[in-house]
Write a protein that binds this ligand. Sequence first.
Ligand code: HEM
Length: 372
Amino acid sequence: MASVPLRTDTTTDDTLAIGRLGAVLGLRDEPGPVALGPRGPYLVTSVVDTRRVLTDSDAFLFPVDVTRRATTGEHAMITRLRPDQVARGLATFEHELCRAVVAWAADDAADAMRVLREPVARSTTDAVLGPLEPADRDRVADLVLAWIDALAPVIAAARPPRRWSGTRRAERAARVDLERALADLRVDAPTVSAVELAAGVQVPIAAGAWLLVLLAENPAAAAEAARRGLATETAWETLRLRPPTWVTARMTAREVALEHGTVPAHAVVLVSPLLLGRGPDLLPTGSADPSLFDPARWDGADVRPGAWLPFGAGHHACPGRSLGLAQLTALARWGLDRQVVLTQPARIDQTRGIFPSPALLRCGALPSSPEE
Ligand code: HEM
């Protein structure tokens, strides 16, 4: 897998079949597990094996337990957000989205990855830590964004940057600034919270940007979803075709027999919600071709969306799942009410999960209905 060149391209389905994404998607019909190199990593391709890898935490170890092994030695658990936290985060998201788009006048193209930064960062910060004074919340949200920006070159580097390199130092400084701010707010486990906040900001920003890009790329499907009021379905369809965490890894503690084969001890095993989402068996009976963006396929469907596990499963499943889905659904409601147009083709960046770059969009009133 490491030998597959990293490339970016437009987001249409043909050109999705490139680089690492292409290598994984090309194995859709293999029963798996498939060795991607002489000594792995191994890609599992079935739902049964994927569930096993994510839920059997004795056999499949989380490679770097950043969330529980905090640098301070804390072993705090990240627990699922409560409904009141989700409600607070959602209210903040809706409020901040309105603010952010005021500047996004009908004629001005803006990058969705930028427009969504503050709404998502403030929403997640409010949900995880709140209720906070707006000034405190905004300061923490800005520090989370600064840490994410400083982490980007570390994650994207072909080889891990040296400990004392400028890149590492900048990343460490940004993390320490965030942890200090959290400690000032008397947050119990600042290191754990910093990780939780970062995980809960970058991924929803990417998912939201994909949602708007997909609406712009598929105006007929968007119009149909708008006509039928399919905001939640639009959120799920986005997570099916463009799950930002499109692949995740575990390490085998011992040799493990899976549904269709055996994986050796101490091997890296990959699971991919992107790959699973293309399987027709997880889609409603008789629904459109799996490669098409069609939120309407979930309207009154005979299967529930999410079987492709865009939020993971098991011990490390996403604790912010309800908030992420609520943010995306609110964004879909907003986007379906408008005409969203790409001013240049979006391309896929595969350096940190997958996100669209650029995602330059113009938004305006729907042709037939006046703007609210
Ligand atoms: C659309 C939005 C989101 C998507 C698609 C998403 C997806 C995921 C996935 C797939 C994982 C599991 C990774 C693995 O098993 O290796 C994960 C973990 C995680 N997510 Fe999310 N997430 C989203 C939103 C959020 C939000 C809003 C928060 C914070 C409030 C959050 C916090 C976390 C944390 C802390 C983890 C690590 C859990 C652990 O290791 O125990 N996520 N997410």
